[in-house]
Design a protein around this ligand. Structure first.
Ligand SMILES: Nc1ncnc2c1ncn2[C@@H]1O[C@H](COP(=O)(O)OP(=O)(O)OP(=O)(O)O)[C@@H](O)[C@H]1O
Ligand SMILES: N[C@@H](CCO)C(=O)O
Length: 317
């Protein structure tokens, strides 16, 4: 469960006193998620998410994320902006961590998306990209292709303790992907982690896009590739109903048609996305803190996707 930092009732009450949100009624740690500590907070004024930012979120990046969420919310995207306190501050400190009180959005995330749900998610992603065309802040992708060789080297030979031969196969896949990485495609701020668990839905409607803490400036079609790699497969990395992946791309294109070079690049972008998640999952697998009751995500489920995309070069044709 992703509660790394415990928040005492006293500290939470003092924190909430800075806001116009009424009195604390209850607060519960949220089990989902692996990156940050999240609490569901009910007050006499409503329901909120309290997020305390942990290891992978740098406090210096929070102004970028908050500006991004405000920009998207202003343009009608279903994203949760941070609530400002009475002095207009969105970013606070709580229990020694940077912390934000965030608007609660309704909906649930689906585990086995239907084509209709994937279509809606694809359209929501494209709408987000359209809205970001005039967003001027930049943040380099700290988990982008330039970083993958370093991440692989840091995992090193320990990768073979996850599966024999894993290091060599990731080395080979990485060299191939980097050798074919596209240049000149449209860039903007992207979500970079739009897994089904970061999309809240009611039926076939998207009610929330959450967890923007990997958002960065990168190739726009890479964001679609990341999303495809997360939606078009079962959790264990076996392919889902092919209609789901097709619907995701069709939904995206109903709002923002792909250019020919973007479509042609999707297979290599998707394999790159798989390498990114295989490596970060492998690193977490090898380094999960002993004091956190967090469910480790299976790196091999992403290795299987690398193989699938390599074996299906026309998946996006
Ligand atoms: N604004 C929100 N409205 C409603 N629920 C939310 C909101 N933000 C987060 N949640 C809930 O909290 C859970 C964890 O949030 P989030 O995905 O941001 O955590 P994380 O630790 O950053 O996770 P991840 O492993 O996906 O990076 C979500 O699955 C969702 O149930
Ligand atoms: N969505 C990621 C976790 C956050 O990087 C994964 O499933 O590996």
């Amino acid at each position: 469960m992703a509660v790394y930092t415990h928040v005492s009732a006293e500290a939470l009450a003092a924190f909430l006193a800075r806001y116009d949100v009424g009195e604390l009624v209850s607060a519960k740690g949220i089990a989902e998620g692996v990156e940050n500590s999240n609490y569901l907070v009910d007050t006499t004024g409503g329901r909120f998410i309290l997020t305390l930012y942990e290891k992978r979120v740098a406090a210096d990046d929070l102004p970028f994320f908050m500006a991004l969420l405000d920009h998207l919310a202003d343009r009608g995207n279903p994203v949760p902006p941070a609530i400002p306190d009475r002095e207009g501050r969105e970013i606070q400190e709580l229990e020694g961590r940077p912390a934000c009180l965030i608007k609660f959005l309704p909906g649930v995330s689906v585990t086995h998306p239907t084509p209709a749900q994937a279509q809606a998610a694809g359209a929501a992603l494209a709408q987000l990209h359209r809205s970001l065309a005039d967003f001027t802040l930049e943040r380099p992708n700290g988990l982008g292709p330039d970083e993958w060789p370093r991440l692989l080297a840091r995992c090193g030979d320990d990768l073979d303790s996850i599966a024999p031969g894993l290091k060599a196969s990731l080395d080979t896949a990485l060299a191939d992907v980097l050798g074919h990485w596209p240049k000149g495609l449209a860039r903007s701020a992207i979500h970079a982690d739009l897994f089904p668990d970061n999309v809240l839905m009611r039926g076939d409607q998207v009610t929330g896009l959450i967890d923007f803490y990997f958002a960065c400036t990168d190739i726009r079609a890479y964001d679609l590739a990341v999303t495809h790699s997360a939606w078009a497969f079962e959790t264990d990395g076996t392919p889902a109903d092919p209609a789901v992946g097709r619907a995701l791309v069709a939904g995206y294109e109903s709002v923002l048609p792909l250019t020919d070079p973007e479509r042609a690049a999707l297979p290599v972008l998707a394999r790159g996305a798989c390498i990114r998640f295989a490596l970060t999952r492998a690193w977490d697998w090898l380094n999960t803190p002993a004091d956190a009751l967090v469910t480790r995500k299976d790196p091999l489920a992403y290795v299987r996707r690398i193989d699938w995309y390599a074996a299906h070069p026309h998946a996006f044709a």
